[in-house]
Design a protein around this ligand. Structure first.
Ligand SMILES: *[C@@H]1O[C@H](CO)[C@@H](O)[C@H](O)[C@H]1NC(C)=O
Ligand SMILES: *[C@@H]1O[C@H](CO)[C@@H](O)[C@H](O)[C@H]1NC(C)=O
Length: 344
């Protein structure tokens, strides 16, 4: 769900592609130089001219590749973000961020480079990056150490020095072998207003005020019951899963994914949260989604699911919220679910 319905940028490994997305519900008929099936007509048999007419047809959505931006990344790209000027965009990999012009495919400017001269000194990688929704000189990037840097492209061409540095001090009492892994940020998203940003780490979602760098203003637990399972989640590599997060149109609700095809929504005003499930077995088309609950120790109530029976192969990493309506898209492995607010 992109701001512009005409274009979409797609990542594949180290190459970026720009696509044009268009809808067609009419077809021209009655050409002079070719038959209805597209074959050219013999020019000597064309004796009259006719005006082609547009005939209605079933709606068709077409995606056509327009540009390919290649050869600028050595490592896998983790983010692309179109700038608010709609002329430039940035792409980020583990160690570098590049700035591109949408019309120029063979050149980009390197704006962040954290590659140390000696790769053995590498302690941190870039995990996500995004342009500010209104100020085209501002962008943020997050790191595997759980920090976020806000940079201003007006300050210098190479933004190795940040303007703001967001980090929550670690609570020494909860320190463990997994602390650094679970604090790695898998996604960062500015609010539509541009005042806040949201980050997702392994167990939580945090909302930061851009004017306060020393701690988030809100923290939401996504699946706190997994804290006691980190050892097995490390062994099966799930601890490295990269969950995305998104805002709703008015920035008053946030959504992110979890395991067992569950996804979570948090209402920032009422502080209420809900767990929903995207599955074919439990949701028929047009049926209402029932809230789900995970039971953490003690007696399991009816309709609750215990932590030990969660399926960690079913995970919702990608989620998107329509910019103006209550329509959401949730990608559960190889299924895409689209849910919509109840229509009265
Ligand atoms: C989106 O599509 C509508 C018509 O379907 C068009 O008028 C509008 O300009 C498009 N928006 C963009 C940003 O391309
Ligand atoms: C955003 O969330 C609020 C609930 O906090 C809801 O009332 C509103 O309809 C949501 N969607 C949009 C598009 O604003």
């Amino acid at each position: 769900l992109h701001q512009s319905n005409a274009t979409l940028v797609h990542i594949r490994d180290k190459t970026i592609k720009l696509w044009k997305i268009s809808e067609r519900d009419k077809r021209a008929e009655g050409y002079n130089l070719k038959d209805e099936d597209g074959r050219l007509r013999d020019p000597f048999r064309i004796t009259t001219l006719r005006v082609p007419v547009l005939m209605p047809m079933d709606l068709m959505v077409e995606a056509s590749p327009r540009r390919i931006f290649a050869n600028a990344h050595t490592y896998h790209i983790n983010s692309i973000s179109v700038n608010s000027d709609y002329e430039t965009y940035l792409s980020a990999d583990d160690l570098r961020i590049n700035l591109w012009h949408l019309e120029i495919t063979d050149r980009s400017f390197n704006i962040v480079d954290i590659k140390p001269a000696n790769m053995e000194e590498l302690t941190e990688v870039i995990t996500a990056a995004e342009c500010h929704p209104h100020q085209c000189n501002v962008f943020v990037y997050s790191s595997s150490k759980g920090t976020i840097r806000l940079c201003d492209m007006r300050a210098a061409a190479l933004c190795d020095r940040h303007s703001k540095f967001f980090e929550e001090p670690e609570d020494p009492s909860s320190r463990s072998f997994f602390s650094e892994i679970i604090s790695s940020i898998s996604d960062v998203k500015f609010s539509h207003s541009g005042r806040y940003m949201m980050t997702r780490d392994y167990l939580s979602v945090k909302v930061w005020d851009l004017n306060m760098e020393n701690r988030p203003v809100e923290t939401y637990q996504v699946h706190e019951y997994l804290r006691s399972k980190l050892c097995s989640l490390y062994e099966n590599d799930c601890i490295f899963d990269k969950f995305e997060c998104c805002w709703n149109g008015s920035d008053s609700a946030i959504m992110t994914g979890s395991y067992n095809n569950f996804f979570r929504m948090f209402d920032r005003n009422t502080r209420r949260d809900i767990t929903l499930e995207a599955s074919r077995e439990n949701s028929k088309p047009r049926a209402m989604l029932k809230p789900r609950k995970v039971c953490t120790g003690g007696k399991r109530k009816k309709d609750e699911i215990s932590v030990d029976s969660l399926d960690f192969n079913k995970k919702i990493l990608h989620t998107a919220w329509h910019p103006k309506e209550n329509v959401i898209a949730v990608a559960a492995t190889n299924n895409l679910y689209i849910f919509q607010d109840k229509i009265n």
